[in-house]
Design a protein around this ligand. Sequence first.
Ligand SMILES: *Cc1c(COP(=O)(O)O)cnc(C)c1O
Length: 390
Amino acid sequence: MRDTFLPFAPPLIGEEEINEVVDTLKSGWLTTGPKTRKFAEQFATYTQAPGALTVSSCTAALHLSLVALEIGPGDEVITTPLTFAASVNVIEHAGAKPVLVDVEADTLNIDPVAVEAAITPATKAIIAVHYAGHPVELDALRKIAADHNVHLIEDAAHAIGASYKGEPVGSGSNPACFSFYATKNLTTGEGGMLTGDDALLERARQLSLHGMSREAWSRYAAGGKWAYDIVAPGFKYNMTDIQAALGIQQLNRFESMQQRRADIVARYQLAFGGNAALQTPVTRDHVTHAWHLYVIRLNEGELTIDRNQFIEEINGRNIGTSVHFIPIHIHSYYARKYGWQPDDFPVALSNYGRMLSLPLSPRMSDQDVEDVIDAVAAVTAAAAPRKMAG
Ligand SMILES: *Cc1c(COP(=O)(O)O)cnc(C)c1O
């Protein structure tokens, strides 16, 4: 057994990031400025997006998308129960009503058939989460959005580097929201990016800085004018140049970090594929998976312990784990407000009860990967039900 604890998703930060941050600190320009601009341009190039706006978090990008699209009281927004609270909290912040629909059993992504069935005259948007980094069925969701005249917003917190039928996630004209939180595939500590068409980004840019008619950075730059106007009661959602400094260098090493993730996943798939107690993640043929998370599911009847005990056993072997996610509809606020029952979304609920996420980070060494594999093998072997002979 390992003698040190293996964290679930440690960030990989190198000398380049450190030097770029120091350069920013010495430059005299700390908040939204030249590095934020540069990071947004690099990100738009990488994702082949029409444009990109740096923001303080993915949550901010999601909230800005809804407000910029003028979604509010009386409107419904359809999303998945198998997501982080942020995807649904922003619908509440906008004053709209979240409508949950169940997920597909294999990818655990929002089910387009269920989305179409949930459309009403009040539906204004669909927030689709690319769960674990596996793209949603964009063609089907785009068709539903077009047929019913509703907006498609992508929660791409897990999906930097993913692609669907050869198109990078974020390359569309609709809003796509990315996260650079500490555990995400690319990190700025905290941070986010909104991609989409120019009109959306212009509106979101204004709302991201108090609804001011011009950016603070152009006010204080050489030749900048002092005057500004408040055109809407906006938010304080801008990114700092300190964060962008990290982002620029993380993006420079991004392809190699993604390759390392894919290599670790290949090793896991090989090790766990033949284990009857485990269901390994799928990748549909027409997508490139971003491998933000490696989620395994325990097969009922093949283990004498439940998921919670399984996690205790793995943690007891000094391996960190997590669960993605506690479904939205069983959180007390949402269950109470909308009267949702646990089995209203049975695919999300039953898979939640048997899932866990194993460590996955480009910072992991080959030995770390072997330690995870050994721990999982030891726990499944010790908890194997005794089978009757002959
Ligand atoms: C991490 C995450 C978010 C929120 O990202 P922040 O940058 O922390 O605001 C939103 N949606 C999903 C699915 C996430 O995993």
